[in-house]
Design a protein around this ligand. Structure first.
Ligand code: SF4
Length: 436
């Protein structure tokens, strides 16, 4: 029986100002005296960098908003671009975009923070960032092999909101809300569905109880939706409960918030997160145009808090599927202290064929990076295998085979090399013989 992420009627995605209290979710103080709650930062808005481009956009489209408003992530949430009317004010929409927006219903609605909207090109429908957040008619086509749940997550969910595919780690889906909805989202079937809400309190309790009574679980990845869309109190409550489970060694948070809503990375949030180390983050970057002064600052705050940052990027046709764009992205990531981690082949989600490249394109990009730039800049290219097969890495083949006791190797520049490897039984996985 598939288990989609359950949602609670009327429950807001996070404590946005003016939002009703969350039914059933009373946040208890941490059980451990060492985990004293930090003061609520609800009413404080930090001074953050605002780039000239974003500031010009604010003045033009939100003239009533102060810089303080703009830097308030809750203001950014309340003023998300969600309708055709909003988008038409900001972009010269094509007839196809307009029609696609009007046709939409159900999950994966249009949602773009004003900050992220400021990065879109109003005149170019083929701009990479714009293609990732503005719907087009191709979304409504179902390509061969596509499915709503291509990774089979719903079939490996022992309790609602929890995916347990590998013995030692689980995925905890804490909300179906994202401040920006990516048109190629792997969880398009659930994000933003039936309103935008957090996991229900009793389902969250059941998921954490499951983790508590399963000692094999040493690694919990918070995902959704976007976990950083939760307010500080709720996020700390979840992370704090996980941290008190002795066998949970490692907590990860997967998020695009520092990229699409850098205002969310407040000093108060960072103070909370750094109390629960070891805590790592996987950030979702797509294109070098996302690396702005605001995002550099948000990632800097996280890095300064000792949180290792990795980037997960989906390979997207016409967005980032060339070596030059990817090189700009990975170099930019290193500059802001984010390690390129995975490059994903786009999952066969329903309506995503227009984003999917041949698999060979990803291998070509890795070949164009490996050896040509810093090793830390080269992500691992993976296919997340359909039906829960897990991540399968693909890389260019630098092994030409074996000649007697020698391995035959090709380096990044095409040079041929021999490496002495006597007793080659260990190379049973290698091609039997012959250069490439
Ligand atoms: S941020 Fe992640 S979960 Fe949210 S829409 Fe984008 S890909 Fe999906």
């Amino acid at each position: 029986m598939p288990r989609a992420l359950p949602v609670a009627d009327g429950e807001p995605p996070s404590a946005m100002p003016g939002a009703p209290a969350v039914p059933g979710l009373t946040l208890p103080p941490p059980a451990s005296p060492s985990l004293t709650p930090v003061p609520s930062p609800r009413q404080t808005v930090p001074r953050l960098v605002v780039s000239p481009r974003s500031d010009a956009f604010r003045r033009r489209f939100y003239p009533e908003a102060t810089l303080r408003d703009w830097n308030d992530w809750r203001w950014q949430n309340r003023h998300r671009v969600r309708t055709l009317t909003d988008l038409e004010r900001m972009l010269d929409l094509t007839p196809d975009e307009r029609d696609a927006i009007q046709r939409h219903s159900g999950s994966l609605p249009v949602g773009i923070t004003p900050y992220y909207a400021s990065l879109l090109d109003p005149a170019d429908p083929l701009q990479g960032l714009r293609r990732t957040v503005v719907p087009v008619g191709d979304e409504y086509l179902r390509g061969p092999g596509e499915a709503d749940d291509p990774l089979g997550e719903d079939g490996t969910s022992p309790v609602p909101g929890l995916v347990h595919r590998y013995p030692d780690r689980v995925l905890l889906l804490v909300t179906n809300f994202c401040s920006v909805y990516c048109r190629y989202c792997t969880r398009a079937r659930m994000v933003g569905a039936v309103g935008e809400r957090s996991i229900r309190k009793h389902d969250l309790d059941a998921a954490i109880d499951y983790i508590e009574r399963t000692p094999a679980i040493r690694d919990v990845l918070l995902s959704g939706g976007d976990p950083l869309s939760l307010d500080d109190e709720r996020l700390e409550w979840i992370v704090g409960r996980l941290r008190r489970i002795p066998h949970v060694e490692f907590i990860r948070i997967g998020s695009k918030q520092p990229v699409v809503q850098p205002q969310r990375v407040t000093p108060a949030l960072v103070r909370i997160l750094k109390r629960y180390h070891p805590l790592w983050m996987s950030l979702h970057f797509t294109h070098p145009d996302e690396i702005t002064p605001e995002v550099a600052e948000s990632c800097g705050r996280l890095a300064d808090a000792g949180i290792p940052l990795g980037s997960q990027t989906v390979l997207l046709k016409g967005v980032n599927d060339d070596v030059a764009t990817m090189r700009r992205l990975v170099h930019g990531l290193l500059r802001i202290r984010v390690r390129p981690y995975y490059l994903y082949q786009c999952d066969p989600i329903t309506g995503s064929a227009h984003f999917r490249t041949p698999v060979a394109k990803g291998v070509e990009i890795i070949r164009g990076l490996r050896g040509h730039t810093t090793g830390y800049a080269v992500p691992t290219f993976v296919i997340d295998a359909p039906d829960g097969g897990g991540k399968i890495p693909l890389s260019p083949d630098y092994l030409g085979g074996r000649d007697g006791d020698d391995l035959l190797l090709t380096n990044y520049a095409g040079g041929q090399y021999r490496y002495p490897d006597p007793g080659g039984d260990v190379s049973a996985d290698l091609p039997a013989s012959g250069p490439p």
